[in-house]
Design a binder for this molecule. Structure first.
Ligand code: MFK
Length: 251
């Protein structure tokens, strides 16, 4: 079980949501008094997974412009020469590639299902067809911004984005933000008000803000707007509950 928990932590680390030192130490099995030998293997044996939050040719001019705006914020330094508060979060399609056990109604997933599991928002191969998005977090302001370009496979009402697809993105952004703020969490409640439809193919902003933290509860609000902020598409309040590894492992 310790190995499984370690692998789950590695999944979070890949997303930049947990620091390497603090979270893996309890699961590392190095006998006291031993010296660890590090063998360097050729990097082609361990190809880097694709980071889906980097620009690709399907991105339109507005998506690219907004990306460059926030990316330049990430590169800015404070007056004291320190790194600024903005950071881009990488995004992969296999969060739990390394988990060997995971509960599904109390039944452990088979190896076959594990090998096929993909993050819902990153599972369509054709770039630009569905969810094109990138998240940036601001540590100081405790907020998170997502730039979303909604592709043609997300249609609900004619020419506009499906409400479930919008909810999916809100859950993804607020869930990632809550994980960034509080560690592993699960969505307990999402309360969404749809104010104005989102045209298919358009680029919008999702802005997620910490409202408050109370014990295991993290309360987040999220607004979806046009990129210039003039049109409000949806407003959401969300509740996330912190969970332990035993919750994930069906304990
Ligand atoms: C790294 C991320 C990258 C990907 C991002 C994607 C993010 C996607 C996130 C998700 O979609 S998670 C999947 C959808 N969510 C679920 O499937 C959760 C299903 N529900 C549960 O597993 C449990 O109900 C839950 C963990 C949320 C809570 O169960 P617990 O047993 O831990 O809590 P409990 O029921 O004891 O309640 C604890 C407190 O929370 C309160 N609470 C629980 N559920 C609530 C609720 N729904 N609304 C309001 N309050 C709630 C409850 O009243 C209580 O308050 P008090 O402590 O003040 O008494």
């Amino acid at each position: 079980m310790a190995r499984s928990i370690g692998r789950i932590c590695k999944g979070f680390q890949r997303l930049g949501l947990l620091s390497k030192q603090t979270q893996l130490i309890p699961f590392t099995r190095v006998p006291v008094g031993t010296v660890r030998t590090i063998v360097t293997l050729p990097s082609f044996l361990f190809p880097q997974p694709r980071d889906f939050s980097l620009p690709n040719p399907s991105w339109g001019s507005e998506m690219t412009r907004m990306y460059e705006h926030y990316e330049s914020q990430c590169e800015m330094e404070t007056e004291g020469g320190q790194k600024g508060p903005w950071r881009r979060l990488p995004s992969y399609n296999r969060l739990l590639k390394y988990a060997t056990v995971f509960p599904s109604g109390g039944v452990y997933l088979s190896k076959m299902i594990q090998s096929k599991a993909r993050l819902f928002t990153r599972n369509i191969r054709n770039p630009g067809a569905a969810f094109e998005y990138v998240l940036f977090v601001n540590k100081e302001e405790q907020k998170c911004v997502c730039i979303l370009q909604a592709g043609h496979l997300l249609e609900g009402p004619p020419g506009h984005v499906h409400g479930g697809a919008i909810a999916t993105m809100i859950d993804t952004v607020t869930g990632t933000h809550a994980t960034f703020l509080s560690g592993p969490v699960m969505t307990a409640n999402l309360n969404i008000n749809y104010r104005r439809p989102i045209p298919l193919g358009s680029t919008v902003l999702l802005e997620s803000c910490l409202e408050k933290k109370e014990g295991r509860k993290t309360f987040i609000t999220c607004r979806v707007t046009s990129t210039d902020g003039s049109k409000l598409h949806t407003e959401t309040s969300a509740l996330f509950l912190s969970i332990t590894a035993s919750h994930l492992l069906g304990g």
